[in-house]
Write a protein that binds this ligand. Structure first.
Ligand code: C5P
Length: 239
């Protein structure tokens, strides 16, 4: 492969498209519009409850990388068994709520020796300082994110889902190998929608993100394939 083709492939590997759709057929139609080099797809709660798990298995069998955004949270025995079941689907990433050590440790046990990588949800970006105060938590959201990211790494997690604003401090504290997966991405000139603190693909890469999750800027674009190619090009320039 030439250096240029190599750089393009590396950029395309960093983009994860969020398949936030109510039906399997809508998700499949979108997948068919994406460029071939884009391999990573995120299946979240909306699609999981609408046939998304068999779809995840099929896509993984066809060579796609699957980010199962399952946001697991339950007693340790249930989290362990759910993680083990998810690993059998062939997912590459799964998310687990990382607010306590027992849940994290259970997911690590459930993953066993599968290749599935574990990502902790530290603090949802919808949570603000007032929400924490209501729970008698005096830390700021940013401090709590770091505390939980540290705990996730210590427990054996591979990384976290974090906003680009949080990525810098997580990268500085937890080192180069801890994965940072960043949603809330908006290319310049695209409507932010409900993402309050959106950043551009280039800024997210500069902040230390390993993977960017992008939904509507691609899936709601008039030409999703073209929108995805433009974001891949922006990532490539930023790398
Ligand atoms: O359409 P959009 O690009 O906003 O989609 C972002 C995706 O990332 C959605 O699937 C959303 O659930 C997810 N996400 C997010 N913010 C977080 C965590 C996940 O937007 N803090």
């Amino acid at each position: 492969m030439t250096d240029n083709a190599d750089a393009h492939t590396r950029a395309a590997e960093k983009l994860i498209v969020a398949l936030d759709f109510p039906t399997v057929s809508a998700a499949q139609n979108m997948t068919a519009l994406l460029p071939d080099e884009l391999r990573f797809l995120k299946i979240g709660l909306e699609l999981i409850y609408a046939g998304g798990l068999p779809l995840a298995k099929t896509l993984a069998e066809n060579g796609r990388q699957i980010f199962l955004d399952a946001k697991l949270s339950d007693i340790p025995n249930t989290v362990e068994r759910a993680t083990a079941s998810a690993a059998k689907l062939g997912a590459r990433f799964i998310t687990v709520h990382g607010s306590d050590r027992k849940t994290l440790d259970a997911a690590v046990r459930g993953r066993g020796d599968s290749k599935m990588q574990l990502l902790a949800i530290t603090v949802l970006t919808s949570i603000d300082a007032n929400d924490l105060r209501e729970q008698s938590i005096s830390m700021s959201p940013a401090e709590l994110v770091l505390t939980r990211a540290r705990m996730a790494k210590d427990s054996g997690f591979d990384g976290v889902v974090a906003s680009a604003q949080e990525a810098k401090s997580i990268r500085a504290e937890l080192g180069p190998d801890f994965l940072i997966v960043t949603p809330g991405i908006r290319p310049a000139g695209v409507a932010a929608g409900d993402q309050a603190r959106a950043v551009t693909p280039a800024d997210a890469i500069a902040a230390g993100a390993d993977y960017l999750v992008v939904g509507r800027p691609i899936t709601a674009a008039p030409d999703p394939g073209e929108a995805a190619r433009a974001i891949i090009a922006e990532i490539e320039r930023a790398l």
